[in-house]
Design a protein around this ligand. Structure first.
Ligand SMILES: *Cc1c(COP(=O)(O)O)cnc(C)c1O
Length: 235
């Protein structure tokens, strides 16, 4: 089986060419699309394109239980995958087992996700980013803008930058302080990183806030705490 995934998007082989060449040689095609929703339509775009198997993370854009995922595609291949799940306990799949409670939770998440609307989700994420941006911009030198990673996790994130001469903390230190507060808040792992993954810019004065996993109202909590941490180091 061949494996495609979205990091190849900047490359020279399109998904369509990938499928065509593999099938010409009689090889099945798997697309690891873990981080490829939204848009919601990607749930069926890739199988329609001809991929034999397509996997989505349950805990990313679909926002279901973290240990779940969705495997779509040809019945014979799905049947093969099922042989690694209960009741076939003594298989390589045991270490990755998913409980029945989580499966039910994930089915509910898929139902919920299919009723959502791409534009409405984007508007909501922009609104949350705006709430946080307004608060942190009160701190000297802090700038904030919405950033949509071009490939994976293709939704609005908040990108915050500042002058480290004016705010005497590195982004990594900000991340640590956010973890130590109550409640604990985890910033996007691209925060303070090198030229970061997933198309997010890096740098020791760069903070990335993922707003899409927040519950309603939590944007206010993040805004208050982030403003407090930045303002506390400002001069
Ligand atoms: C996130 C991601 C994974 C892991 O998915 P999980 O099911 O959330 O652990 C695998 N492959 C790619 C390309 C991803 O982006």
């Amino acid at each position: 089986m061949t494996q495609f995934f979205n990091a190849a998007e900047g490359g020279h082989i399109s998904r369509e060419d990938w499928v065509r060449v593999a099938h010409k040689h009689g090889v099945a095609c798997f697309n690891d699309a873990a981080a490829d929703v939204p848009p919601i339509a990607n749930l069926w775009n890739y199988t329609a394109m001809g991929f034999d198997l397509v996997a989505f993370s349950g805990g990313k854009g679909i926002r279901g239980p973290q240990c779940t995922g969705l495997l779509l595609g040809k019945k014979d291949l799905i049947d093969g995958a099922v042989l690694n799940n209960s009741p076939y306990s003594n298989t390589v799949g045991r270490g990755m087992k998913v409980g029945k409670e989580e499966i039910i939770g994930f089915v509910a998440a898929v139902d919920w996700f299919r009723e959502q609307d791409d534009a409405a989700m984007e508007a909501e994420f922009r609104k949350r980013a705006g709430v946080i941006a307004e608060r942190v911009k009160t701190v000297p030198s802090v700038q904030a803008r919405v950033f949509i990673p071009p490939v994976a996790n293709h939704v609005p994130h908040l990108l915050i930058t500042y002058d480290t001469n004016r705010v005497k903390l590195t982004a990594t230190e900000v991340m640590q302080k956010m973890r130590e507060g109550t409640p604990r808040i985890e910033l996007n792992p691209s925060t303070g990183g090198g030229p970061a993954s997933a198309g997010l810019p890096g740098g020791n004065n760069v903070i990335v806030v993922g707003v899409w996993m927040l519950q309603p109202g939590e944007d206010q909590i993040v805004a208050t705490r982030l403003q407090e941490v930045l303002a506390g180091a400002a001069k």
